[in-house]
Design a protein around this ligand. Structure first.
Ligand code: CP
Length: 317
């Protein structure tokens, strides 16, 4: 595998899952694979889980790691071509990217949607510049439209906890005070559509996701109805995708918060969220602290998904 930005890059998903479970049995069995190889992790946005889990995964494989927080200590980067650079950005991404590529073997990039241009966001302008100009394998650590390392970890977690071959998985919108990108729900939908699970998306009207990610999912505007018989509830906020409201908050309706009364409608469902989560906006304290909450094992699986992806990239070097 050269680059990793979406589920299709993994090839056979069942085989990728098997490889992930092999890694989980012994995190250190491929420790020679990354010897004298360097991972550069570039963050345009904040992170806790992605930073730590990916760095740990690389170390398990014997890699050296370097982390660059673009907004803390690096030169401010211009991203537009044709700009007269007489402002506060002394370096252009088009020089910075190949320079970064000189110092490493693999590059991970975190670059969220900026909600300034839907076209720039949905063509993955920043991520694709790394792919095109770094000369190195690039993987997404959450880009504008997808968060594939998270979705892979989510799938591993569902496979570990499912009690039936074809569980009902429900992705539910929940309220949040800030406008959040669609990367996590897009990606989760894309990965769920790559399985044979029963997959339902529920959200208020106006929060429809890009149809390319919704795929064959059932869209149900009645959250309670969607929850009935669910085996997994995956909560996430996202800002509006459809025009003319792209990037806007249309609702902060807390009747969409996941609470124990709604969880009682499910088939004793497990509760999932990618974290960080705003308690009592997205989910109530009692639900996230309940025995059915699997947010911590889900986060732990981020190390496994990152290691499975890095292993595939290293094998292709
Ligand atoms: N879920 C996730 O990607 O967490 P971070 O933003 O902390 O990396």
């Amino acid at each position: 595998m050269r680059h990793f930005t979406c589920v299709q890059d993994l090839g056979d998903l069942k085989q990728a899952l098997q490889e992930a479970f092999e890694i989980k049995k012994d995190h250190y069995q491929f420790t020679g694979l990354g010897k004298n190889k360097t991972l550069l992790m570039i963050f345009f946005n904040s992170s806790l889980r992605t930073r730590l889990s990916t760095q740990k995964a690389a170390m398990n494989l014997g890699m050296n790691t370097m982390v660059l927080d673009v907004n803390q200590g690096a030169w401010k980067l211009e991203t537009e071509r044709g700009v007269i650079m007489d402002g506060d950005k002394p370096e252009h991404l088009l020089e910075a990217i190949p320079v970064m590529g000189c110092y490493c073997d693999v590059i991970g990039v975190r670059s969220f949607a900026q909600f300034e241009s839907k076209k720039d966001d949905y063509t993955e302008k920043i991520l694709n510049q790394f792919i095109n100009y770094s000369g190195k394998p690039v993987f997404s650590m959450e880009a504008a439209t997808r968060h594939p390392l998270q979705s892979f970890a989510d799938l591993i977690t569902i496979e570990e906890y499912k009690k039936t071959a074809r569980p009902k998985v429900v992705l539910t919108w929940a309220p949040h005070p800030k406008a959040l990108p669609q990367a996590v729900p897009n990606s989760f939908a894309e990965w769920m559509n790559a399985t044979d699970y029963e997959f339902v998306i529920t959200h208020p009207e106006g929060y429809e996701l890009d149809p390319q990610f919704v795929g064959n999912a059932t869209v149900e505007y009645d959250q309670r109805k969607a929850f009935e018989g669910a085996d997994f509830i995956y909560a996430k906020n996202w800002a509006a995708y459809t025009d003319p409201n792209y990037g806007k908050i249309l609702s902060t309706d807390r009747s969409w918060t996941v609470d124990s009364e709604k969880m009682a409608l499910t088939n004793n469902a497990y509760f999932m969220h990618c974290l960080p989560v705003r308690r009592n906006m997205i989910v109530t304290d009692d639900v996230i602290e309940s025995e059915q909450s699997i947010v911590i094992p889900e986060a732990a699986n981020r190390e496994i998904s990152a290691q499975a992806v890095l292993k595939k990239i290293l094998l292709g070097l």
